[in-house]
Ligand binder design. Structure first.
Ligand SMILES: [Zn+2]
Length: 345
């Protein structure tokens, strides 16, 4: 069943109205004629909000398939650019920014011409319309998927920690916020529960989206593994291991002795040791993580293992020679796999 209906197009982008918007219009019509007018304006403001996302997208030659208008902000179906954080945050911030600018203009207008709102005694029209825009902008800045704020947060984290970590953290924060909202909603008001559920579902979906699209394209470990491997020996000190990790820009390093794989030493494990002891303690004195995957393993399985172990490097070994590492899967190879999967779609 179709839940949204095309009502026109702007700049060649089809605009659809979601059924919840129509239901909201009918519901408020029963309660108050003034709120009915506000919802009509809300429709215009959401459209402007979405168009500003789309205009930024067009500016950077990012494809916009369509805009669907929901009462809480709408969703532009824009080609995924999660792997380009410095574009994603610009694109995501454009909507809330437009809402705030419109809000400020309306506040100014209210100062100049404080006209009375129709069907009311005390309210002022421009003031309420300004408030509507500020709320729209602020609500969309909630740092959780599928809100704009979630994308801004992910883009910010992606520049520092890589895309897959950034998606993981943002999804985690989003679900936490959603649960808090549902909790507060139970005590305060039902619409908070509704928004909480909406955000919870969105946050969960976004987390698995890139990995699912890689898996669907049947890319396996051997297609994306990297041959640049950061290795240390069990005789190296912890400081030497940190240096190797730092140079290779990985949080983990492979431990090999005479070409045989002994395990992974993780950055986090070394940080548990006091800095002044890191020169005298050898890697062999720390517990190593013995975890590997095979060349034909699915990316989804590998991703799950890496998340569970909290490592950003996974050694790939031959099936018939598990002591021989032939490559590693890293955060970077996962995002390039995502790139490949996208071009195969
Ligand atoms: Zn938006």
């Amino acid at each position: 069943m179709k839940y949204s209906f095309k009502i026109g197009s702007v700049f060649g982008i089809p605009i659809e109205l979601h059924i919840t918007f129509i239901i909201l219009l009918l519901v408020v019509l029963v309660f108050s004629r003034y709120y009915f007018i506000l919802v009509i304006f809300l429709f215009v403001f959401v459209t402007l909000h979405e168009l500003s996302h789309s205009l930024v997208a067009k500016h950077y030659n990012i494809e916009v398939q369509k805009i669907i208008l929901y009462p809480i902000g709408g969703a532009s179906q824009i080609e995924s650019i999660a792997d380009k954080p410095n574009l994603e945050w610009r694109l995501s911030i454009a909507g809330p920014l437009a809402s705030f600018v419109i809000g400020l203009c309306l506040f100014a207008l209210d100062l100049i011409i404080p006209i009375k709102a129709p069907f009311t005694t005390t309210r002022r029209l421009f003031y309420d319309l300004a408030l509507l825009n500020v709320l729209l902008g602020a609500f969309n800045l909630i740092p959780a998927f599928p809100m704009d704020g979630g994308r801004v947060l992910r883009a910010y984290l992606a520049e520092k920690r890589g895309l897959s970590d950034a998606t993981k953290y943002t999804s985690w924060i989003g679900r936490l916020l959603a649960l808090i909202m549902i909790g507060v909603g139970v005590l305060v008001d039902w619409w908070l529960i509704l928004i909480g559920v909406f955000i919870y579902v969105g946050a969960t979906e976004e987390r698995e989206r890139p990995i699912r699209s890689i898996t669907e394209s049947k890319v396996s470990a051997k297609d994306i593994m990297s041959l640049e491997i950061a290795t240390v020996t069990p005789e190296n000190s912890l400081n030497e291991a940190l240096e190797v990790m730092f140079r290779a820009k990985y949080h983990d390093a492979l431990v090999e002795k005479d070409g045989n794989f002994m395990g992974i030493i993780a950055w986090n494990d070394i940080l548990q040791i006091l800095p002044e002891q890191r020169d005298s303690i050898k890697i062999s004195q720390l517990p190593l993580r013995l975890i590997t995957v095979f060349p034909n393993d699915s990316i989804l399985e590998i991703y799950k293992k890496m998340t569970k172990e909290n490592i950003d490097m996974m050694p790939v070994v031959e099936q018939d020679n598990p002591n021989q590492v032939i490559g590693v899967i890293t955060d970077k190879s996962l995002s390039s796999a995502y790139e490949k999967a996208k071009s195969h779609q």
